[in-house]
Design a protein around this ligand. Structure first.
Ligand SMILES: Cc1cc2nc3c(=O)[nH]c(=O)nc-3n(C[C@H](O)[C@H](O)[C@H](O)COP(=O)(O)OP(=O)(O)OC[C@H]3O[C@@H](n4cnc5c(N)ncnc54)[C@H](O)[C@@H]3O)c2cc1C
Length: 530
């Protein structure tokens, strides 16, 4: 540790993932500085970014970190922000953040040389330019902060406003307007509910319906928080490289139709719960299996009610052109009148602080439309470029949890405790994962980072790499049947320390299913003997 004690780390971004990474690195003795272009921390979850009425869609108290209990579910954005602020204050991160400071460039003479520092150039809100040197850099700029800006044919004829969900900060912005929303993900559904309540009219224009989960499933009796149990993850095929058990692999090999069957059962359940008020309009029925759903959303309250009342009208189409000041023509030739267009059309990833050459060398490849294909080993490490990592680039129902465990992995890498495979093997791992995600979710644009309902496999890969225990409770019943809350991971720092110092996996008492069978057999045996 003493060798790494003086090592300086720059973290770009003070969103949830940047913060948890800072906490882990500080605990490991690094000298951490965080650069944040906004005036508050929290990234997506702060006043500058969040739209009015934004709630997280995380059930079961799983949107928190291991060492600060919260327990909220479906919290409004300001509660998530408060939680992150409390986390940053409690662990002395706030004083390490340079607010309103945008990182403009990260470079060094030879990015493959791990003996020279990174040069980080920043610009403050008052236009000052500053230059820093850091031994190590972590990019935590988020997957969902830069909206995908659309350009419509005839756009300059439009007299109204073309905007994005994050610009909607008050109900008044929509009042008395004819609003057209493009998209069918979470932000689009949230915008539709707002417009359904406050606008003169609301049309939701989308090309593909998503499976929207109700808050209660199985006929409305079971909270969706139980989807975040290990036992539920058995439904899904093995994730590449994840340390699934032999039984798990065998089960999926012997019964390959099981996942499809369970997916279809779940679809029937969702169709029944949301009912005809949503699905009498066939366009809201997704055309793909739930099993292949890349963008899991929880339907906001009131969506179905507003749709039933005709205050949200769906159109399965896309905008072909803007005809005049107020008229939009769809590719179905239908025309809609609008004063406001809200583009809830996703996000793009840009790493403008890297030169094109460096970005390319790091596996960040420009896609058409301005987005970037992200090729990182374990979603963290650019292959062949030392002393720089990325955190938060796995989107999943376990986004924060994965980022927390990945931060420990990243710290072990910086501490040179991790044994990495060859560069060829790293590229193969990236390829394997991309192929699996493309095969599972299709080319939805996010196949490099969109892990959807895969959360446990991905973070167990990090645990396995670090040589730590996969079972995080002390018996198989709690392990498999209780919601996987992040507090299960709160001992990771200490476990890593023991592992590094003594070379052993810290003792972890676990009463397995096999133990239970043996115990039962023993009791039966004793019963017959005596
Ligand atoms: C509408 C919406 C709802 C969501 N709901 C959920 C949910 O329910 N559950 C879930 O798991 N996930 C959800 N997510 C995903 C969410 O993005 C992640 O869970 C997580 O909060 C992302 O944290 P982050 O730190 O990676 O990124 P961000 O929160 O985006 O933070 C990145 C930070 O980097 C800063 N930054 C960027 N560039 C620079 C620069 N050049 N210099 C300095 N600073 C920079 C940004 O200002 C920002 O503060 C949602 C996302 C959105 C958009």
């Amino acid at each position: 540790m003493s060798e790494s004690k003086q090592k300086t780390v720059a973290i770009v971004g003070a969103g949830a993932c940047g913060l948890v990474c800072a906490k882990v690195l500080l605990d490991d003795g690094f000298d951490v500085s965080i650069f944040e272009k906004q005036r508050e921390l929290g990234g997506v979850w702060c006043a500058e970014s969040a739209y009015i009425d934004l709630h997280d869609q995380q059930a079961g108290g799983t949107y928190e970190f291991s060492d600060l209990f919260n327990g909220e579910e479906f919290a409004p954005w300001w509660r998530v922000h408060d939680y992150l602020q409390k986390y940053a204050d409690l662990f002395h991160l706030t004083q390490r953040i340079h607010f309103q400071t945008r990182v403009m460039s990260i470079d060094k003479e030879n990015i493959k040389n791990d003996t020279i520092p990174w040069i980080v150039k920043v610009e403050t809100i008052d236009g000052q330019n500053k230059t820093f040197e850091f031994d190590l850099v972590v990019i935590a700029t988020g997957l969902f902060s830069e909206p995908n800006v659309l350009n419509f044919q005839g756009q300059n004829k439009f007299a109204g406003e073309i905007t994005y969900p994050f610009a909607i900060k008050s109900y008044e912005q929509m009042a008395n307007k004819r609003v057209v929303i493009i998209g069918s993900g979470k932000s689009a559904a949230d915008m539709a509910v707002l417009a359904g309540h406050y606008a003169r009219s609301c049309h939701l224009v989308f090309r593909k319906a998503h499976w929207a989960l109700p808050r209660k499933i199985i006929g409305g009796y079971m909270s969706i928080r139980y989807l975040l149990t290990r036992v539920f993850s058995i439904n899904f095929p093995p994730f590449p490289d994840a340390p699934h058990t032999y039984l798990f692999h065998l089960f999926h090999r012997k019964f390959p139709a099981f996942s499809i069957k369970s997916s279809k059962d779940a679809e029937a359940d969702i169709l029944a719960i949301h009912g005809p008020d949503l699905f009498n309009d066939k366009i809201f029925i997704p055309q793909h299996l739930l099993h292949h759903e890349s963008s899991v959303i929880v339907l906001p309250d009131d969506f179905i009610k507003l749709k039933k009342e005709g205050r949200i009208i769906g159109k399965l189409a896309s905008i072909r052109e803007i005809v005049n000041e107020t008229t939009i023509r769809l590719d179905s030739e239908e025309e809609l009148e609008a004063d406001m267009i809200i583009c809830a059309t996703g996000f793009v990833r840009r790493f403008s602080f890297f030169s094109e050459k460096n970005a390319q060398a790091m596996g960040l490849v420009k896609k058409s439309g301005g987005d970037t294909k992200i090729n990182l080993y374990r979603q963290v490490l650019p292959v062949g470029i030392p002393n720089i990592c990325f955190i938060g680039f796995t989107s999943s129902t376990g986004h924060w949890t994965i980022a927390e465990v990945a931060s420990h992995w990243l710290s072990d890498y910086f501490l040179k405790r991790l044994k990495l495979p060859s560069e060829k093997e790293m590229h193969e791992e990236i390829e394997r994962r991309h192929t699996f995600l493309y095969d599972t979710f299709g080319d939805t644009g996010g196949a490099e980072y969109e892990f959807s309902y895969y959360w446990i496999g991905p973070f167990e890969i990090y645990l396995k790499d670090m040589g730590l225990a996969l079972h995080r409770t002390n018996n198989w019943i709690t392990e498999y049947f209780v919601v996987y809350r992040p507090y299960r991971l709160r001992g990771l720092h200490e476990e890593r320390r023991i592992k590094a110092e003594k070379g052993i996996v810290p003792r972890h008492w676990y009463f397995s299913f096999e133990h239970t069978i043996c115990l039962i057999l023993l009791l039966i045996f004793l019963f017959f003997i005596f």
